[in-house]
Design a protein around this ligand. Structure first.
Ligand code: ADQ
Length: 410
């Protein structure tokens, strides 16, 4: 009989470095790629693999995340399938989740209900395609207590990741340090580290034991990367699964192995630019491994030329349904549903979220505009960064970010 697998998606992260996009929503609920929310990527990976018993642990500003999951991921409950958002519930005492391990501790009832053989614990804020079945098979074959997905990343980013050191066999994890500031590069690639992707497969008993033991430790921060994984590494029971071995149907030579942690405004912006390349670094048009999302009854995008030779155009861009681009030019941008771009406007290298409206003659360059931002006639954004810094958030790489509901003065 096939092994019973329960998937737990950790979606409680605050996402401070994505402010103002996370002002009133959890990081996994941040819109991505026009039509999606970040959490859709992990959920699609699980669903495509046939893992359809999924609980999503939420906490921080979870309203829009809950609503999205309940609306979009409402699945047939035939065969006992479900995708359920579970908010922090204070089941173990009068406190909210202290960290991701505490979130699991407080959710033991869900594991007890399901009695799975293995538990998949995946993060909710990465952009990638992965077939988790291959990792589960690898885990079962090895007999480890936990298997951690690993990927090579630049040495300069070591302080953002759990850094893995493997033994001679290339599988057993010898050391694991969460976000070290003094990491050294790999023997065969001095400017790279082996990073944890924050995706784990556990043998159920081992997970429960480790989490219970951690709960008793009053000095622990109770998070997976900082406490649980190092504990199992110390006991010699943790293995790595190399993400390079993962084969996803329909992936191209160019986007095989793509994985992005979109934790900062610049990485969030860059991951969007990866989508719109002619030969995209990450190909959304892989119909063999679809990314699912909500599909409301929006009409197709429309391009109109109201002013003689002023043709409404979008090039090098992804344009969602419900959009009207009229007598204006949109280049190298991601345009979400129900965006309006009016005559003589020019949008370039930008991410426009749902319902954004760009007035006539406005210029928007290298910017992220959150939901329903209205740019009045003639306003320039991303042209004079000094001026923009006085009113909006400007990232390290000079991307101007305007939050939901923030007013743009004429
Ligand atoms: P981080 O993402 O920094 O590093 P963390 O903040 O614990 O670690 O978040 C991990 C996941 O858990 C995220 O999906 C987050 O949304 C969620 N989460 C955090 N606190 C939670 C809570 N209280 N309740 C529910 N969910 C919660 C992790 C690993 C690193 C690894 C990187 C890869 O710890 O080892 O390298 O991910 O990006």
């Amino acid at each position: 009989m096939a092994a019973k697998v329960l998937a737990i998606v950790l979606a409680g992260g605050e996402g401070k470095r994505l402010m103002p996009l996370t002002t009133d929503r959890a990081k996994p609920a941040v819109p991505f790629g026009g039509m999606y929310r970040m959490v859709d990527f992990v959920l699609s990976n699980l669903a495509n693999a046939g893992y359809l018993k999924i609980v999503v642990l939420t906490q921080y500003k979870s309203h829009s995340l809950d609503r999205h999951i309940t609306k979009t991921w409402r699945m047939s409950t035939l065969l006992g399938n479900y995708v359920t958002p579970v908010p922090a519930q204070q089941r173990r005492g009068p406190w909210w989740f202290a960290g991701s391990a505490d979130a699991i501790y407080q959710s033991f009832n869900l594991i007890n209900d399901e009695q799975p053989d293995y538990v998949i614990v995946f993060g909710a804020d990465h952009i990638y395609r992965m077939d988790p079945r291959q990792m589960v098979e690898d885990h079962i074959a090895s007999g480890a207590a936990v298997t951690v997905a690993g990927i090579r990343q630049p040495l300069s980013t070591a302080d953002q990741f759990g850094v893995i050191e493997v033994g001679e066999d290339g599988k057993r994890i010898r050391a694991f340090r969460e976000k070290p500031t003094d990491a050294v590069g790999l023997p065969d690639a001095p400017d790279e580290i082996y990073a944890s992707m924050g995706n784990y497969v556990f043998t159920t008993r081992a997970l429960c034991e480790a989490v219970e033991r951690d709960a008793e430790d009053k000095t622990s921060k109770h998070d997976m990367g900082g406490s649980i994984i190092p504990m199992l590494v110390e006991r010699g029971e943790a293995n790595v699964y190399d993400f390079r071995d993962n084969e996803v149907p329909g992936s191209t030579d160019r986007d095989r192995g793509y994985w992005r942690d979109v934790g900062t405004l610049d990485s969030f912006y860059d991951a969007h630019m990866d989508l719109i390349n002619v030969h995209p670094v990450f190909n959304m048009y892989n119909f063999d491994w679809p990314i699912y999302t909500e599909q409301p009854p929006w009409p197709p995008a429309k391009f109109v030329h109201q002013w003689g030779e002023r043709v409404g155009r979008a090039v090098g861009s992804m344009v969602s349904p419900g959009v009207v681009i009229s007598g204006s030019l949109v280049e190298n941008s991601i345009v979400s549903p129900k965006v309006r771009v009016h005559s003589w406007a020019h949008v370039e290298g930008s991410v426009l979220m749902e319902g954004v409206e760009i007035g006539r003659h406005a210029v928007v360059r290298r910017a992220i505009l959150d939901k329903n931002v209205f740019v009045p006639e003639g306003v320039e954004i991303g042209v004079d960064l000094e001026k923009d810094r006085q009113r909006y958030t400007v990232s390290d790489n000079g991307i101007v970010v305007i939050g939901k509901g923030q007013k743009v003065e004429p």
